[in-house]
Design a protein. Structure first.
Length: 174
């Protein structure tokens, strides 16, 4: 249980809870433009428990040290960070477009904030990563589960959202 708490103690400040009321560099830089043609990811979220709340995708440098790091630390040290938040559409595919600083390998995280409160709720919300692991345990995932390669234009990525299954694991819906 202590390991599980430690994992999610890292996440609220970074991947889940911190969505300021005014746009940050990460938010402004992350949004795709109409007809985006530069390096970016078109993230399709699958396996949703429901259509409530918001979806948030975040982009990080593809290394374990910076993955899920506090966005303020990354931005203040000149490292890449991007964030895009949308309301979950009531029908159709759930897609988010997030711009990458350039072509190459990046780490992505996806959150289904089901109650839309901008805070990660262990028993309610869902998470996902491009590597679509079969399950997540009680520790911070390695960037190996979260990396994706952006090309010179929009790159499609499908992420299966996982929800809490049992005391110590997250997994896809059955």
């Amino acid at each position: 249980m202590k390991k599980l708490v430690a994992l999610f103690a890292l996440l609220p400040v970074t991947a889940f809870a911190h969505v300021p009321s005014s746009p940050t560099l990460g938010m402004a830089e992350g949004r795709c433009r109409a007809g985006e043609s530069g390096p970016s990811f078109i993230v399709t979220a699958t396996g949703l428990k429901d259509r409530g709340g918001t979806m948030k995708v975040e982009l990080y440098p593809a290394n374990d040290r910076d993955f899920l790091q506090d966005d303020n630390i990354l931005i203040n040290t000149g490292k890449a960070f991007r964030r895009v938040v949308i309301d979950v559409p009531s029908t159709g595919p759930v897609q988010l477009c997030i711009r990458a600083p350039g072509p190459g390998t990046w780490a992505l995280s996806l959150l289904h904030d089901r109650d839309g409160n901008r805070k990660f709720s262990l028993s309610i919300d869902g998470v996902g990563f491009p590597g679509n692991p079969a399950s997540l345990g009680p520790s911070k995932p390695k960037v190996a589960f979260a990396h994706a390669v952006a090309g010179n234009g929009p790159t499609p990525v499908t992420i299966r959202v996982m929800y809490r299954r049992g005391l110590f694991t997250f997994g896809p819906l059955k």
